[in-house]
Design a protein around this ligand. Sequence first.
Ligand SMILES: Nc1ncnc2c1ncn2[C@@H]1O[C@H](COP(=O)(O)OP(=O)(O)O)[C@@H](O)[C@H]1O
Ligand SMILES: [Mg+2]
Length: 316
Amino acid sequence: MAGTTSVVVLSGGISHERDVSLRSGRRVVDALSRLGWRVSTAEPDAKLLPLLLERRPDVVWPALHGASGEDGSLRALLDVSGLPYIGSRGPAARLAWDKPTAKRLVEVAGGATPASVTLTREVFREIGARSAIDTILGSMTDGLVVKPARGGSAQGVTVVDTAEQLPRALMDAFTYADEALIEQRVVGTEIAVGVLDGDDGPAALPAVEIVPRSGFYGFEERYTAGETRFYTPARLDPAVAAAAGELAVLAHRAMGLRHLSRADLIVDASGRPWFLESNVMPGLTETSLLPQAILSTGRDLSSAYAAITERALAEA
Ligand SMILES: Nc1ncnc2c1ncn2[C@@H]1O[C@H](COP(=O)(O)OP(=O)(O)O)[C@@H](O)[C@H]1O
Ligand SMILES: [Mg+2]
């Protein structure tokens, strides 16, 4: 098929992860062009669907992060257009994009995820902020994390240490989404575990350990060089690393994810991994988490990205 396979890589978009997406897209283009495939790029704008329908590439690679690429809507359009693409299908991406839903599916499948309450803005207003906050604080005491139910890049996420911080944290979360997820804080080692579909089903890559200088893996810590140190593989006991891999695969299966995903987990002091979320299109640049894990296995990104594409082509 080499020389004839045509791929359109989608990158850019209007999310705050536009720059990362452009870099992810370039990396994918680079990897696939080396195989002699016809690779072009497109932005997710008003011209996209007419262009794809006219060109009908063999496969589309949506290297888009954040809402437009990960919330499932663009993927749903690709589904109805009958265009093969890389990554999770629309309905599955939608489940992963909604953090409370993803947590529930993982829990039902037997995985651990921090206790949480999800509040809509309406209920917060109707019930009264004060009584909602008092009720939450009455049952969840040891430190909380408040975040938008849907979103990324730690935007609108606050670690709440004292009761006084909770109202502000909720307001911050509500500026990004209509629902806020109030989650029990897990103190421990933050890791990201990539999952790739293989012939024997989904398999976990080595965990990447994330050590932000500030102690919180926020927006700056993600996109400013030197703010975060990474260890690949994570400095974990082998049994703990294996449990983390199992949890990431469990999440991938529980949501019906496809081809690739990356679970964000925290390992607590007792060595138990807790599920925070799964990302259906994680960063794909050399310095991104999933690629670091691929590189740590001795594999190069070009062959890994080609293998993912071959899988999608074989399914088409
Ligand atoms: N329950 C939690 N306990 C401790 N830290 C958390 C918790 N939830 C989130 N965090 C921190 O906030 C960051 C962002 O949360 P996450 O759920 O991964 O959302 P996103 O990456 O989509 O913004 C995580 O990388 C982690 O550092
Ligand atoms: Mg995350």
